[in-house]
Every structure is written in C-alpha cells, then in structure tokens.
Design a protein around this ligand. Structure first.
Ligand code: ASP
Length: 339
C-alpha cells in the first residue's frame, strides 16, 4: 500500500557539472554531462528516503551548449508532469552556466502550481567535496515541500533558494557562485526543511493560488521562435555590429554600460534597428540595478524599451517570448517593468 504522505518527485536530468566526471579526483579538467540521472541519484545517500523518485534524461550537455530545442522539451515535459496527479514536484539537474536562463524561461512558460526546482553543482561529481550530492538532496527536499510552488521554478544552490527572475551566476568558480543581487535569496534549506527569508513572509503562502503559464510555447517549434541577439557595450564600441545583428534578428538587447547605455555610434545603430522594425531593449552589463526609461536616453523619441530588473540574458528571453506572442512595444515594455 503506497504511503499517501510520501511525495513523488520527477527528476529531469540535462547534464552539467553536477553530472561531470574527471579522469582523476585531482584533475582540474573534467567533462560536463557524463553521468546519467540514475548515477546522480545513486551518489546521494538517503535520497530514496526523502521521496519516491522517477528520472528521465532529457539531455546530456554542458549548459554552455543549452539550446532552445532542449528548452522546448523541458517546457513540454515539465508541463505534462505538473498536470500528472501522481507527481508532487519536479527537480531539473542542469549545468550552472545557463542555469538562470533556463530557470527564467521555465518561469515564463510553466504553470505555477507545484514545486519546480533547478539544481546544479560547481564541482564535478568525481571531485573531492563535490557539491552536487548535497545540492541534489536539498533540491528533492524542496520539491517535496508544497509551499515552494508559490515562487514558480526556483534555483537551489549551496543551501540557498533563489527566484528564477533574480538569480545570477556571479562567479566563474567556487561553490558560492550564485546570488540574487537585486532582491536577495528567497530562503535556505536547513537539512530537509526550507526556511523562507523574512521578506518573503508567511502571508504569501496563504494567498498562493495556482497560475497558468504566462506563455505557452508548446504550439511553436523552437526554430520559429524570434531571434533576439545581445550586443555587449564597451568603450569605443562601433555601430556596425548592431547593423549586422539587426539584419538577422527581430530583437536586440543592449548589455549596456551603467544604466543601459552605449557609445553614440551604438545608439545610432540601435535607432536604425528600430527604424527597420527590430525591437530594442536596453539592459545593463553591471550585474545589478534597475534600468529605467528616459534617464540619459530619450526612449520615447528613440523607440527603445528599458529592461527594468532583468539582466541581458534574461531580457533576451522575455523579449523573445513577447515577440513570439505578437505583443506591441507598449505591452512588451509593461512586461519588462513588471518582471
Ligand atoms: N560548464 C558547466 C555547465 O554549465 C559548468 C557547471 O555546470 O557548473 O554545464
């Protein structure tokens, strides 16, 4: 007789360092995405005691190679699992390089109804003091906690719980590489128990109601998703890179200096892009802060949008989804300011 209290968690594996293997424990060099989902589970003592787990291998990539095609499969598969009455939560193992992008994409394209936890590791599975097993253990514990559903897909790294919108990989190495620079973490996992941060408060839990996906991409093959490119700004940047990007894309995100700015040459290129119908969003390369409209740039006159709190990589995703949905610049700007 199955225990009705016992949670049933689906694990979707995509690769990454959490599944990475070295040739020797001492080697710095390793290959991401070597181990299977079953190998990962077998490496975590006590995992089976936490929940009933089923696992599927969705991809085996280093997340620097994450693709829209894998995102489409993840969105479709996770949506199906969330609708399954026999599944209480979903854990997605993922490389850390683009973890924040996949989490944000899923936050826009999944219903928020049951816990979805994305988890990675900074050290390969074969390393001394690998961080993957503890992260995976906590991710399963979190996915088995109903209250985690109220934040949509969350990221669990190094004891910390982060919202998909705010989380960022802030360092190239080290187990404490993740933070939410604009909003702080949502909480921590202590043992198997999530402890929500004071700013989150218990009242939100009481008001949580399941919400439908903001964007449903299941009817759109990934090769039909609008192309949005990111242009990185720096001293003496020229406008020709913008013209080239504008010729092949429907959207451009500026990873601008400061409050989303760039040289006059790049700004002129962006104005030319708007004139040919390309949607332009100004974001900041600084790593945190709000990019507001009409401060040092006259967005109203130039036809630009401001990214608000979103970093350039996430601004690319929101712009792509809004363009796919055929939204007007006014509606898109509203979506950024609310994100
Ligand atoms: N390059 C790896 C990846 O993103 C790094 C990691 O997982 O930590 O897959």
């Amino acid at each position: 007789m199955p225990d009705p209290q016992r949670k049933r968690i689906a694990l979707l594996a995509t690769g990454g360092t959490i599944a990475g293997a070295q040739s020797t424990t001492q080697a710095g060099r390793y290959t991401a995405g070597r181990l299977s989902a079953d190998d990962l589970i077998a490496a975590v003592p006590g995992l089976a005691a936490l929940a009933d787990l089923t696992c599927e291998q969705v991809a085996s990539v280093g997340s620097q190679n994450m693709t829209h095609a894998v995102w489409a499969v993840l969105a479709a598969r996770t949506t199906a699992l969330l609708a399954d009455p026999d599944i209480d939560g979903v854990v997605i193992t993922h490389g850390t390089d683009t973890l924040e992008e996949t989490a944000y994409f899923l936050s826009l394209t999944l219903p928020w109804c049951k816990p979805v936890v994305l988890v990675g590791a900074m050290r390969p599975a074969t390393a001394m003091s690998a961080d993957g097993p503890a992260n995976l253990y906590q991710a399963v514990a979190l996915a088995a906690t109903e209250s985690a559903a109220r934040f949509g897909p969350v990221v669990l790294m190094n004891d910390d719980i982060h919202a998909a919108q705010g989380v960022q990989k802030m360092a190239a190495a080290g187990v404490a590489a993740f933070a939410s620079p604009n909003s702080a973490r949502l909480g921590v996992v202590a043992g198997t128990r999530p402890i929500w941060a004071p700013q989150v408060g218990p009242s939100l839990e009481a008001t949580f109601g399941a919400t439908a996906a903001q964007f449903d991409v299941r009817q759109h093959a990934p090769h039909t998703w609008p192309r949005v490119e990111v242009i990185y700004s720096h001293a003496d940047a020229q406008g020709d890179a913008v013209d080239e990007a504008a010729a092949r894309s429907q959207g451009i995100v500026l990873a601008g200096v400061g409050g989303g700015y760039a040289t006059d040459a790049v700004m002129a290129g962006l104005e030319r892009a708007v004139a040919r119908g390309v949607a332009v969003v100004r974001a900041t390369r600084t790593g945190s802060g709000f990019v507001a409209r009409n401060i040092e740039v006259d967005d109203d006159a130039m036809g630009f949008m401001a990214a608000g709190w979103l970093n350039p990589a996430k601004a690319r995703i929101l712009l792509m989804m809004c363009l796919l949905a055929g939204q007007s610049p006014q509606v898109i700007q509203g979506a950024f300011l609310r994100a």
